[in-house]
Design a protein around this ligand. Structure first.
Ligand SMILES: C[S@@+](CC[C@H](N)C(=O)[O-])C[C@H]1O[C@@H](n2cnc3c(N)ncnc32)[C@H](O)[C@@H]1O
Length: 297
């Protein structure tokens, strides 16, 4: 019999040997093993030392072994195997109808530098009354927005009915049906001229050539959620062209773009993109105001 701590260590060795790719919420074999073991046993991710040193039952050990084997043989991201992912510590239901949440916009919404009293960008969260989450997927960013903007109603759009089915489950789980409205359609099309104080968007932005080189883990995610055309920026460019019509005076947008900064700056040379700092660097998410967008259009 093993303790939970030993079982996680053993599992991490198996994952490490299998040379998997991480990046769907964890960064290495040990993190991934801990996530799968704790989720698999229904334990909190901030499990206490006492729990870690408890002996596992044979059934618990078998559950962990099964999840680790599935991770190695299927190469599915761990979140799909357990049906759950976390962003800013908040759990969301996840399956292969949506990408695994990992947007830097989650981190930015929760950064005191971006949102909150004295923040450089949104210093009075209560003034944000209407938010649009374009390309909502699981609905995770729309839901995070309700937590940061207590007086806001959020519209969330996705082209994929499958994604919206899952987003609906997440919105219902969090009892946010009155605050988050889901819309099916192509970007701004279902919104009929509505205007927002803030647009947040994490659209598909992988280039066609990067799609061909994706590790197996990423191939389990919907292609529609990843592919952004030849240079990755097809949707971002369309969003930039449409955003000012959907922002209130003083409104702004936050958009994640992956590795497309140079492409975008070449395509929109007069737009004064402000690149927000994330844990990953400072060229993957930009901030633009309605005034900046309309001046350049
Ligand atoms: C990168 S995922 C982001 C999901 C979620 N916001 C997140 O951060 O986890 C992009 C989403 O855009 C959706 N999508 C792709 N093309 C779209 C379009 N033309 N209009 C609206 N949504 C679209 C995909 O279905 C997918 O759910």
């Amino acid at each position: 019999m093993r303790t939970l701590r030993d079982a996680i260590g053993q599992a991490a060795k198996r994952l490490h040997k299998a040379k998997l790719v991480y990046g769907h919420g964890t960064t290495d074999a040990l993190d991934e093993a801990a996530f799968l073991a704790l989720e698999g046993l229904g334990l909190p991710l901030d499990v206490t030392d006492r729990k870690l040193d408890k002996l596992l039952t044979a059934k618990q050990q078998a559950r962990i072994d099964k999840l680790i084997s599935a991770r190695i043989t299927t190469r599915k991201p761990a979140a799909y195997l357990v049906g759950r992912a976390y962003i800013q510590g908040i759990p969301f239901r996840i399956d292969e109808r949506v990408i695994v949440p990992r947007s830097f916009i989650g981190e930015l919404l929760f950064s005191d530098h971006v949102v909150g009293p004295g923040a450089a960008f949104i210093s009075e969260p209560k003034t944000i009354r209407r938010v649009l989450d374009l390309c909502t997927g699981s609905g995770c960013l729309a839901i995070l927005a309700t937590l940061k903007f207590p007086d806001a109603k959020v519209d969330a759009v996705d082209l994929s009915d499958d994604a919206l089915d899952l987003a609906k489950l997440n919105v219902t789980d969090k009892k946010l049906g009155r605050r988050v409205k889901l819309h099916q359609g192509d970007l701004f099309a279902p919104l009929k001229g509505k205007k927002y104080d803030l647009i947040i968007t994490n659209p598909p932005y992988v280039t066609a050539s990067s799609m061909r080189r994706l590790p197996p883990e990423y191939r389990h995610e919907p292609r529609l959620a990843l592919l952004g055309g030849a240079d990755g920026m097809d949707l971002v460019k369309r969003i930039l062209k449409g955003a000012s019509n959907h922002l209130t005076p003083g409104g702004a947008m936050i958009c994640e773009i992956g590795a497309g900064r140079k492409t975008l700056e070449r395509a929109f040379p007069t737009l004064p993109f402000f690149w927000l700092e994330t844990a990953h660097g400072s060229d993957e998410v930009f901030w633009l105001t309605r005034e900046q967008l309309s001046r350049s259009s």
